[in-house]
Design a protein around this ligand. Structure first.
Ligand code: ZN
Ligand code: ZN
Length: 357
């Protein structure tokens, strides 16, 4: 990173464009204005949504990306008091505004009107970025490669809260990606009943066992309806898998049970057919979890800091920023081995790129 003689900062920032095309741009960031914070990025995770952006959403030319961010404060603008230069922080990928009727009525979870950093010239896959102070959450006493999980961990926390798991509920988690695996220790603590994890590929099933699953199955071996029959129906099914699994999950849900769904398919797979009679006469609820605005980052940091959610089980690969294209290719091609891939600035990168030992 280089600074010029002016207070502005010249840095390298990654760009993404459909299909999966990474480029780098030299960007000059001005000094922070009122209510703004200038950050040096310490680590940024690759999210499933980043892969959607790379595959089908970034159609208007190269755009900045990366929203799972741990950073260090370089400078703060006038009026910013909750962090100061040198502080380590994480970022809310979207924030509530504090001023609208929804916020004032206590429904901050429904407000996405807070200032954000998505339109900026540099986001998490960059050496530095300028962000609204509203997005910045202090993250002390935690390694950057653990804190980088705070934002997606908040997604897992939201899903578990939406699931409202009872003390002895039988729970099925469908999908053993980073969100599902971070939810798993919380599900394990929420219920004394059986916790079962189903995933198509087998690569992360042992990890799921270590994180609290009583039983792990591959959906290549067992169908979800058969699994439901074996357990007499699941009281809660938490789904972090493509939408096409939802019909089978409805069958596998117990009378009165909840299906909590998080996932996306921005192509044709986002539209599916559902048996509404099975929902109605089965008193089953389909509950989407959508952690926008990004809430619960302080809770997520505590869960990661204490090891209740062990970061080492979730972060599987680390790449330097200059090898971002390789990092994205690894997410695409090594689904069995990859859990969360983190990218760090080249200056902070020490070990060989790829899987962590
Ligand atoms: Zn994300
Ligand atoms: Zn608001």
């Amino acid at each position: 990173m280089t600074t010029t003689s002016s207070p502005s900062l010249t840095i390298t920032a990654a760009r993404i464009e459909v299909p999966f095309t990474v480029t780098f741009a030299t960007v000059t960031l001005r000094e922070p204005g009122p209510g703004e914070v200038l950050l040096d990025v310490l680590a940024c995770g690759i999210c499933g949504f980043d892969m959607e952006i790379a595959e089908s959403l970034a159609t208007n030319g190269p755009q900045a990306f990366g929203h799972e961010i741990c950073a260090r404060v370089r400078a703060v603008g006038p009026g910013v008091t909750h962090v100061q230069p040198g502080d380590q922080v994480v970022l809310e990928s979207g924030s509530f505004c504090c001023d609208c009727d929804l916020c004032r009525n206590g429904r901050v979870d429904l407000c996405n009107k807070g200032a954000g950093f998505w339109s900026g010239p540099a986001m998490g896959f960059a050496e530095a970025m300028l962000v609204p102070a509203r997005n910045v959450v202090p993250a002390r006493d935690i390694a950057p490669l653990a804190a980088v999980l705070a934002e997606p961990c908040g997604v897992a926390v939201d899903m578990v809260k939406v699931a409202d798991i009872g003390l002895t509920d039988k729970v099925l988690l469908v999908g053993a990606g980073p969100i599902g695996l971070m939810a798993l220790p919380l599900i394990r603590r929420a219920t004394a009943g059986p916790v079962v994890v189903a995933n198509r590929s087998t690569g992360k099933l042992e990890k799921a066992r270590r994180l609290g699953a009583d039983k792990v199955v591959s959906t290549q071996d067992v169908s979800l309806p058969d699994l439901g029959t074996e357990y007499g129906g699941f009281d809660r099914i938490l789904i972090t898998a493509p939408p096409e699994v939802i019909p089978d999950c409805i069958i596998a849900t117990a009378f009165g049970g909840y299906l909590v769904y998080i996932g996306s398919n921005f192509r044709s797979g986002g539209v599916i057919q559902l048996d509404t009679h099975a929902l109605h006469f089965g008193k089953k609820q389909l509950r989407p979890s959508f952690a926008s605005p990004a809430l619960y980052l302080p809770e997520a940091l505590t869960l990661l800091r204490t090891g209740i959610i062990p970061p080492k089980e979730i972060v599987s690969h680390v790449f330097p920023l200059s090898k971002l294209a390789e990092a994205i290719a690894t997410v695409r091609t090594q689904r069995d081995a990859v859990c969360k891939v983190a990218v760090v600035p080249d200056a902070a990168f020490t070990s060989p790129p790829g899987p962590l030992p």
